[in-house]
Design a protein. Sequence first.
Length: 234
Amino acid sequence: MLKISQLDTFYGKTQAIWDVSLRVDEKQIVSLVGANEAGKTTLLKSICGMLHPASGSVKFLGRRIDGLTPHAIVELGVSYVPEGGKPFTDMTVRENLEMGAYPFQAWKRREERLEQVYQVFPYLKSREKQLARTLSGGERQMLAMGRSLMASPKLTMFDEPSYGLAPLMVKELFKFITTLNNQGITVLLVEQNIRHALEIADKAYVLENGRIVLEGESSDLLQNSHIKKAYLGL
């Protein structure tokens, strides 16, 4: 579904991504893990059109999308949930969700999509008239996930969804991600909580200093000595 080949991305004159290649197959959960400042968010922004790579390619369903605008990439079926959710704080929960139905076809079906989102996140329905700024961190993350579903994505990318959340909420969050995947949505998950990320993923990549240093089946990476020592404290 998603194929990235030899990607280099810069911020100004500073290179942040070096020769990165990865693939995400349909209906998989693929985790991209690593420490802070490893380049994980830069890579997601390179995929969704917020940054334009200097070289290499990004293909979605066989079509090159590097160089396209973010809204054109959304129209193709790629959604992005940024760190912290980034809701429109002075809009209601419902208004935030409706903003996610940006693609023309999704807008025509927004009422149907709303009901589907409310089935996954019933809490949001009970708060649909509440301003987003009154929500807790975990609730904002649920809202952001729901907003991404409004566009009927084929691929959803999550950027550090567990950041700043209480342990109980983190557990629920990963359960929601698994539920979305079971409904047929392919997931690319960027996450510092490496144990949780590897436990729910089919495969994973480890990004360090802008480069892929490890890749493989998640179950194998959980047993990798470097992963245990550097990230799991074992």
